[in-house]
Design a protein around this ligand. Structure first.
Ligand SMILES: [Zn+2]
Length: 210
């Protein structure tokens, strides 16, 4: 488990040693160990939907709250968890390529009226060293007008940088200060990686304002 404080924003993400956070019992045990009673998680499905945590009955891949001490989070293995805050409210997003391409970051920042002092945190996630993509992915990039600069060609193969695209999108939305947790989920053994065979295992990234 790693914990960060950025002013009154608390961000915690789990590691393999904390167990599979998709498992409710393991998750509850972990929450108890850090003195949290509950957590709000959306019903993730690679959508671009960001819902207020009080109204999260349907599918969503991001939650918003402006209440203090309400932990919200997402589960990931290779995808990014992105936390965005103006230190009065916050969103936590599950952002893989599908969500990124279809605008989950833009939908997340819609919750902030003043975009001057936004801060964002990006969790461990698969980086361009390991995120190999194929022709169908490159076709999707064209469909969504994603700049080719995020593609890296190496030994005749193509790799994509989710983080660089996320950072550019965040900056475009007015986020000035970004903390990128510089850990590739596939290279680094401390966190789960879908592409490394962790099909059912997930890390949890949670955040709350105090
Ligand atoms: Zn890597």
């Amino acid at each position: 488990m790693k914990k960060y404080n950025f002013k009154n924003l608390n961000v915690i993400y789990t590691e393999k040693e904390d167990g599979n956070m998709k498992d409710e019992n393991i998750r509850n045990r972990f929450l108890k160990s850090i003195d949290l009673k509950y957590i709000y998680l959306p019903k993730q499905n690679h959508t671009n939907i960001v819902a207020p945590f009080v109204n999260m009955s349907g599918e969503a891949d991001g939650l918003y709250t402006d209440l203090k001490n309400i932990p919200i989070g997402v589960l990931t293995a290779d995808c990014m968890a992105v936390v965005i805050t103006d230190f009065k409210g916050l969103v936590v997003l599950h952002a893989g390529w599908k969500g990124l391409f279809s605008g989950i970051i833009e939908n997340g920042t819609k919750y902030f009226k003043e975009k001057k002092n936004l801060f964002a945190f990006i969790s461990p996630s698969i980086k361009s060293c390991c995120f190999e993509v194929r022709k169908d992915f490159i076709e999707k990039m064209k469909e969504f007008n994603i700049d080719e600069k995020y593609l890296i060609k190496k030994n005749g193969k193509f790799y994509f940088s989710l983080q660089d695209l996320a950072i550019d999108k965040l900056k475009k939305e007015g986020v000035k200060d970004i903390h990128l947790e510089d850990i590739c989920s596939k290279c680094d053994n401390r966190v789960y990686s879908f592409r490394n065979g962790d099909i059912e295992n997930r890390i949890l990234t949670l955040a709350y304002l105090s």
